[in-house]
Design a protein around this ligand. Sequence first.
Ligand code: EPU
Length: 337
Amino acid sequence: MQENFSLKPFNTFGVEAKAKYFVEVNTVEELIETLKRSNSKTLPLLFLGGGSNILFTKDFDGLAIQLNLKGISEEFLNENQVLVTAKAGENWHEFVMFCLNKNYGGLENLSLIPGNVGTSPMQNIGAYGTEIKDHFVSCKVLNLQTLEVETFDLAKCRFGYRDSIFKQEGKNQYVILEVSFKLTTQNHTIKTEYGAIQSELENLDITNPTIQDVSKAVINIRQSKLPDPKKIGNAGSFFKNPTIPLAQFEDLKLKFENIQGYPNGNFVKVPTGWLIEQCGWKGKQIGNVASHQLQSLVIINATGNASGKEIFDFSALIIDSVKEKFGIELEREVNIL
Ligand code: EPU
């Protein structure tokens, strides 16, 4: 266990924050042992995965635990389906690449999402028409009260848009240890209808795409507009896309005829990137922080020297502008600590 440990390498924003205590665990047994010895009933705990969805605005006065659980296993269910289980500390994109190398289909639209497998259920990661809930079977979790391992199936996880039980009632009560997905081994379902995938495949001259081609297209699209956290600190989308009542959307449409929206029953999901851009924030920098010039929904540590507080304050200015112009209250997607 280390004291006053810098968390800068453990968050993709690359901001400085110190954990009072820090420990890395490699097995479930080590994790349980650490929790038993650390007085975890009174000491605040923080479980670190890939650090790709967290903003530290201050030092953490507790025990930060880096979950380094590794390993992937496969179980063939029938001639067309395989159950693939990955431990929490596996890097998400490397896991997707492992599946594609074996020609297991289902997760290809989720290529290049930063973070680890263990945090993927927390916010039901999603992109380009797929969310993990579409292929999720179950996850094993450690109950922090009882220190027993439990299994959560799809229904128990209560997945929603960027949401799950782990962000709601189950918050801070469980540690995800491993996640199992049901994937196809042949006759894959190819999803190309979302956004720019189809046109990117055309650019690549591909008419009959494989799952590997879809992955390539997704990687190209992401690389063309999302900043690489290894080069510029960021945590992907900083806000969620809000869902507003249809009537409110129609009112807004009278005033802002170009407003975009994806209807869903009596509600409409509005792209936050568009709202932020309309408020003049796209590419704008204040001090060390900016809204990304190609995707305004992403806030970046532009100079590499931003503090978490500066990034948080910048996000508050964006929330105020969008509220004033459109009457919509943006919700942060990134966890603030
Ligand atoms: N748009 C603008 N200006 C901008 C950015 C976007 O007008 O600065 C418009 C685009 O023109 C487009 C619409 O907003 O018509 C939607 O943009 P995009 O397809 O880039 O998707 P998004 O809604 O902004 C969501 C996810 C992303 C995910 C993409 C692709 C959320 C909060 N974000 O972004 O997820 O990669 O769809 O599926 O749902 C993440 O969660 O970190 C993330 C990157």
